[in-house]
Design a protein around this ligand. Sequence first.
Ligand SMILES: Nc1nc2c(c(=O)[nH]1)N[C@H]1C(S)=C(S)[C@@H](COP(=O)(O)O)O[C@H]1N2
Ligand SMILES: [Mo]
Length: 449
Amino acid sequence: MTDTKHNKEFEYVAGNGLLDRRLFLKRGIQFGTITALASTVTQLLQAETETAFNSARPPWMTQPGKPFSLYGKPSEFEDDVVRFPTQNESVLGNGVSWSPLHLMEGTITPNGLHFERHHNGIPQIDPAKHKLLIHGMVKQDLFFRMEDLYRYPMQSKICFIECGGNSNAGWNSSPSRSEAGYFNGMASNSEWTGVPLKVLLAEAGLKSSAKWLIAEGADAFNMQMSIPIEKAMDDAFLAIYQNGEKIRPEQGYPLRLIVPGWEGVLNVKWLRRLMITDRPVMARNETSRYTELQPDGKARQFTFFIEAKSLITSPSANMLLKQPGLYQITGLAWSGRGKIKKVDISADDGKTWAEAELQQPVLDRAFTRFRLPWQWNGKKTVIKSRAMDETGYVQPERTELIKKRGKHGFYHYNAITNWQIDEDGYVSHVYDKNENQTLSDNSIDSSWD
Ligand SMILES: Nc1nc2c(c(=O)[nH]1)N[C@H]1C(S)=C(S)[C@@H](COP(=O)(O)O)O[C@H]1N2
Ligand SMILES: [Mo]
């Protein structure tokens, strides 16, 4: 990893060391220049002779391992890969725990690391006693027990859920100092399985006056949210399973509404009632919250869609690049309007950009993993990613977002995140060059509604 000079054998695709996204695929690991990456590893192996390697058996090879278990857990060496809880002291069970996006790879969020956002704690629901009521502007009211729902044909969809308040520290006047996930990790991605809502609504029979669906949760907060009937009849569904097992209590056990691509708050957990109406319920979370004042004095309300966003998860805030050389820039991109079309990366603070490799399959309204090899020359620089979705929408710079939405934003922050790498390899969050860079002195600087 010592070769910091511009290496002729690499194919540079943009300024400051960005390399062709197919570098490894095209050349294979046997190709000479790749030793730039492998040299550290090879040196270590050479120091240890083959005989020493054969004779010094690690302790775990000298005795039988642990027995089988009923439910598997991560390795004890991974116990720092955890959610980051931030709680509201004045309202019991109101808070968030952030997904550690910077410590994960791939696209699926393990169930134990899915972010949490509860307004009044996690109800412990006995599924045998749980019921769902569908009523209001329908031809017949319907009650379902969980055992009734299990008999319906189910469907699976891999999609993200992102809280409309995610990344809201981006609106602060100084850059967040939290790790990438503990500032942007009110977003997670799972395979959800359950019953299409349109099947149940068709069974109840919508009256012609039906315009909205009001979903209600069985938590002490008694969450209520209004969803236009078109979306309910389109792709919304009632999830029972999350990544192959029953939904975790934190995520809404035994039944949750999934509204693909729309803001998190609409994905009502612990679902107990669907009331069909001709108008929205105007609940707290659609009037005083999840709405925001714009520069023209009007409020944005019923925003619904999560716009395209991307985030470099590695290297990212508070990580350390130990020496110059070859690295992989990787991260996640998603859009509530469809598939991610492309992600561009810049390693020279936005002067030049190169297209990252998107990991297949790229799915509709799901996390998309991007990667690009990068040769860091050991100099101070800023790296950033910019997503474009299939509608052609391009993720804005922070200054653009603020120009459009004003300084009073709180929700729906989807601007480009800049990670600065200093000469020592330390990574930190910075705003655009021409903005105020004062660091906030509060390390827990991300909040929620
Ligand atoms: N019943 C109920 N549903 C709820 C909430 C809640 O507090 N109660 N929080 C909402 C919010 S604001 C978000 S962002 C998502 C969070 O889902 P998760 O906790 O599974 O990540 O659930 C939504 N559904
Ligand atoms: Mo949320």
